[in-house]
Design a protein around this ligand. Structure first.
Ligand code: TXA
Ligand code: MG
Length: 317
């Protein structure tokens, strides 16, 4: 699995073709999506998918999201239903992942679902991700392109900082627009269920389905890293809902205030989401404890607070 050198690719047709050839050959390629950079492997190839887990140091029970080019491609792998169609029409391509029952003839490596009989699937909106999916003409399994448990990458530099030499290539197309992972909605029960808050606010999803989403409950049979308490963790300690920093702390602000870095001076939650992981990466490099200003718990603020709580949670080791 050790690779000599990670190739840096751009978004030209030749580079996308080269990335697709690498994926087809069972190699790992990191690529931009509108949410975060993904670490892609051909979802049909067992060894390639196994390499994702190895490169990330990811616990093998954590299932992966499969990325496809459009709704028709999604229907090859999951049992579609009316609610899936409604959500796909409203939000695909875009930062929404649907969990649906796996089809018997799916043809994917069982490592992708970590043995579950459901599949998380999404159609990304980023033009580079879409070009890559079309060039491969196949399903791409892709978790966020960071070592397991660390801050998600929103630039190619973040990807290389964590995975250089462990993956075949990374396609660089600058920072990700949304900056938070996709919202995950489970459609395997009676009612749609919010499994992970993310890049689409749950209020928007509730508008589209014309009703409330069930909340994720601890009884769910889901062992998701996004659901592990300590996740997205910087090396430094994080203190949330701080009015001001203590003497040794760096201060991550929100709204007009004096601070080391500001998620959004204008108090805009979409801008804060886009800045969140990059600012955490930058503050983390200074190896000092970090205090974070309060973020309103509505709209995208819910997903931001979810990631911050996990980053602040006590961790083992
Ligand atoms: O925006 C995103 O979703 C990014 C980009 C690259 O697409 N991907 C991403 O993947 O965040 P990852 O692996 O970091 O998070 C996937 C989440 C995990 O919490 C995983 O447990 C959950 O999706 N998941 C995967 N398959 C599932 C399933 N069958 N049922 C429930 N949850 C599932
Ligand atoms: Mg992740």
């Amino acid at each position: 699995m050790t690779q000599a050198k990670t190739i840096l690719l751009g978004k030209s047709t030749e580079d996308i073709a080269r990335a697709a050839t690498l994926l087809g050959a069972g190699r790992l390629v990191a690529f931009p999506t509108e949410t975060v950079y993904g670490l892609g492997a051909d979802a049909r190839q067992r060894l390639a998918v196994a390499d994702i887990y190895a490169a990330k140091g990811r616990p093998s029970f954590n299932p992966l999201i499969v990325h496809v080019a459009d709704e028709d491609a999604a229907k090859r792998y999951v049992m579609w239903n009316e609610m899936a169609g409604r959500l796909a029409r409203a939000f695909w391509p875009g930062p929404l992942t649907l969990v649906l029952p796996l089809r018997a003839d799916h043809g994917l490596s069982s490592l992708v679902t970590a043995g579950l009989d459901t599949l998380a699937i999404r159609v990304p909106a980023h033009p580079v991700a879409r070009d890559l999916l079309r060039a491969l003409d196949g399903p791409v399994a892709a978790p966020s392109a960071n070592p397991s448990g660390r801050i998600s990458p929103t630039t190619a530099e973040h990807v290389l900082a964590g995975l250089d030499g462990r993956i075949a290539a990374v396609i660089d197309d600058g920072p990700c627009r949304v900056g938070l992972e996709s919202t995950i909605v489970g459609l395997t029960g009676e009612r749609p269920r919010l499994l992970r808050p993310g890049g689409i606010a749950s209020e928007e999803i509730e508008m589209a389905i014309g009703g409330a989403l069930d909340a994720h409950s601890p009884g769910d049979t889901l062992n998701a890293p996004g659901q592990l308490v300590s996740h997205y963790a910087p090396r430094a300690q994080l203190r949330l809902n701080a009015d001001r920093p203590a003497r040794e702390e760096l201060f991550l602000g929100f709204g007009p205030m004096v601070c080391d870095l500001n998620l959004s001076e204008a108090g805009d939650l979409a801008e804060a989401a886009a800045n969140l992981f990059d600012h955490l990466h930058r503050l983390d490099e200074m190896l000092r404890p970090i205090a974070v200003a309060p973020i309103p718990d509505c709209g995208l603020g819910r997903a931001i607070n979810d990631r911050l709580r996990r980053a602040a949670a006590p961790r083992e080791q």
